[in-house]
Design a protein around this ligand. Structure first.
Ligand SMILES: [Ca+2]
Ligand SMILES: [Ca+2]
Ligand SMILES: [Ca+2]
Length: 139
């Protein structure tokens, strides 16, 4: 009885571990959302279209730049209990994109960062990102 249930537990634990490893290395939902012509490759045009759409989604007041507050809302860094954006320093992910350090992400900065991410993911440098090359957190 005890042996049997501990065996079941260890099988369940390994299934969970495998699932989380896959989620970390490949995000199917994200890949499919970017691969608009469904040829299992992400072209530079598809990547740039995705970044443009992503930027518009984050730019809550549509003024052409994404403030840290807008970024925090889009990335759910909000303290949901108070409903206020978390009082925190912008994370390194935000700072990496904000190259002129004005605490606002311009579309140019956001697209330039997208190009960097694309080049990092495109291991074989054929200007396409395959499913094998696409890893979390992606573009
Ligand atoms: Ca494609
Ligand atoms: Ca900026
Ligand atoms: Ca490639």
């Amino acid at each position: 009885m005890t042996v049997k249930s501990s065996l079941i537990t260890s099988v369940a634990v390994s299934v969970v571990m495998i699932t989380s490893v896959q989620a970390k290395t490949f995000n199917a939902a994200s890949f499919l959302g970017i691969d608009r012509d469904a040829n299992n490759m992400i072209s530079k045009d598809e990547a740039s279209y995705y970044r443009n759409t992503y930027f518009s989604t984050m730019d809550g007041n549509s003024d052409g730049s994404v403030s840290f507050k807008e970024y925090a809302i889009a990335n759910q860094l909000i303290d949901t209990a108070s409903g206020k954006p978390a009082e925190m320093e912008p994370p390194k992910e935000f700072k990496a994109v904000d190259t002129n350090k004005d605490n606002q992400l311009s579309l140019d900065e956001f697209l330039a960062h997208g190009t960097v991410l694309f080049q990092q993911l495109d291991k074989n440098k054929d200007s396409q990102i395959s499913k094998e090359e696409y890893v979390s957190p992606g573009l």
